[in-house]
Design a protein around this ligand. Structure first.
Ligand code: 5AD
Ligand code: SF4
Length: 467
């Protein structure tokens, strides 16, 4: 075991990252007739990592179950971005513990970002001995080995130093039409509140040739949509000599002919004019950009280490809006960062009013051990933070609603992904602008892009019918 010590200056490997081409994983029957239950917390990166976990388990013969009580193996793929994610995992572990008292052979695994935290691993060792296997974000591909070697003693295999870039990773993709594709791992930005650079390690871009090959294969296999994934996608390539910029990568991926191309998440600091030109030029690059603001106050942005001011953010925002017709822009905002005054918060509301975001993910600041912000004096009461969050949400929701109303009676293209959870006579999917639509249409539209007339618009979704 080699645990990260978050109180020390983080050690980052100076050596260039090696690209390791894995051999195709063999199918075995070690887990034949066994059922696995996989619970995923957090961001799209985790969702995609879970597609890898599922592939490893199915290659060993296991079958997926959605019922925890039926499982022989339960895996919790965790998130560490905020404290409440941590609390949810430990709450859920209580359920797993109870099941293990009934079924002694149940194997309980914890992986993902929380497993990279020293405090969490110590807590598991001392207070949760019934957890069987713990592994981190840098050794997901070792799951088959960890299961094979498991001998009824708690096994903890977490690496503090990020590993290589692995290629030929198997994925059991959740969708047959829409795929996640990692273009990079880790993050070098070190925003002062954020734990990601510690849990995911330094930025490691994949080679553009490997990414484009994967996307060509997806196109050939009938995929209609690809979302390029990374914590800071538009810093792509900066860690490799002579590699393409993100704008060049985007252009090359657009040329593969994939019907819909998306990317998350962009950092405003790395958003170049070249990128804006490429997005405007290609019809298959979707008019939807997630552009985290975090705060509207230049003073707080500086304390957050975000590398832009309120004015620079607004300038970029307006440039994108002008260059890309009908673009939808969404954001992330944190309230209650240490020292955020009422005036600072009003600056955030001011940006929201100016940008009229299509939607925003809003959070109360959560101190994360080992980050610089956790050492800053947190001088705002919880009541105050909650009150700011509520005021912010009211404003954000009013703009979401206003933006959605624009679609009433319009015809939009929807990539249908599944049966609507609310109504079995409906299907649902996303528009080019990433609006969720519940559509009155037959189930055989799933997996297709259809024309839909919007009949009702709410704050968080649209209703429509196939035409
Ligand atoms: N507290 C609250 N929100 C956070 N985020 C990241 N770290 C924290 C934190 N410590 C939010 C940011 C980021 C999103 C994924 O989560 O807004 O963009
Ligand atoms: Fe965290 Fe900032 Fe990196 Fe995003 S860019 S993952 S907020 S450190």
């Amino acid at each position: 075991m080699n645990l990260p010590n978050q109180n020390e200056e983080r050690k980052r490997t100076k050596n260039p990252v090696e690209v390791v081409y894995l051999k195709q994983e063999e199918k075995t029957d070690e887990l034949k007739n066994k059922k696995y239950y996989l619970k995923t917390y957090g961001c799209q990166m985790n969702v995609h990592d879970s597609e890898e976990l599922a592939a490893h388990l199915e290659n060993m013969g296991a079958i997926k179950t959605d019922i925890l009580e039926e499982a022989d193996i339960a895996i919790l793929n965790t998130c560490a971005v905020r404290e409440n994610a941590h609390d949810k995992v430990f709450g859920y572990l209580g359920r797993c513990k109870h099941l293990k008292e009934i079924n002694k052979d149940l194997i309980i695994c914890i992986c993902g970002c929380m497993a990279q935290e020293e405090g969490v691993v110590n807590e598991i060792k001392s207070r949760h001995p019934y957890v069987d296997i713990v592994f981190g974000t840098h050794n997901i591909h070792e799951l088959p080995k960890l299961i094979k070697e498991y001998n009824k003693k708690q096994e903890i295999e977490v690496y503090s130093i990020e590993g290589n870039v692995y290629e030929n990773i198997p994925y059991k993709r959740d969708s047959k039409v829409s795929a996640w594709v990692n273009i990079m791992y880790g993050c070098d930005k070190f925003c002062t509140y954020c734990i990601v650079p510690y849990t995911r390690g330094k930025q490691r871009s994949r080679k553009s040739s490997d990414i484009i090959k994967e996307i060509n294969d997806l196109v050939n296999n009938g995929y209609l949509e690809v979302t390029l994934l990374g914590q800071n996608v538009n810093a792509y390539g900066k860690d490799i000599e002579n590699e393409m910029s993100f704008a060049e990568l985007l252009e090359n991926v657009a040329k593969t002919g994939i019907k819909r191309l998306r990317f998350v998440t962009s950092h405003p600091w790395d958003f170049t004019d070249e990128m804006i030109n490429v997005i405007a030029k290609y019809d298959n690059i979707m008019p939807y950009i997630h552009l985290p603001l975090q705060s509207g106050s230049s003073r707080i942005l500086k304390l957050m280490g975000r590398r832009y001011t309120k004015e620079e953010y607004l300038k970029l925002f307006n440039k994108i809006k002008e260059a890309v017709p009908n673009v939808s822009i969404t954001t992330d905002i944190i309230v209650g960062f240490p020292q955020e005054s009422e005036e600072d918060f009003l600056e955030t509301l001011d940006v929201v009013k100016k940008c009229e975001y299509d939607s925003a993910f809003t959070f109360i600041y959560s101190p994360r051990e080992g980050t610089p912000a956790a050492k800053m004096q947190d001088n705002i009461s919880l009541l105050e933070k909650e009150e700011r969050l509520q005021r912010l949400n009211e404003l954000v929701n009013s703009f979401s609603n206003k933006n959605n109303q624009k679609y009433l009676n319009k015809i939009v293209k929807v990539l249908v992904t599944e049966v609507s959870q609310k109504d079995n006579n409906k299907v649902c999917g996303y528009t080019e602008n990433m609006k969720l639509v519940n559509v009155l249409a037959p189930h055989d539209t799933i997996g297709k892009i259809i024309d839909v007339k919007i009949t009702d618009a709410k704050s968080f979704s649209l209703d429509g019918e196939i035409i």
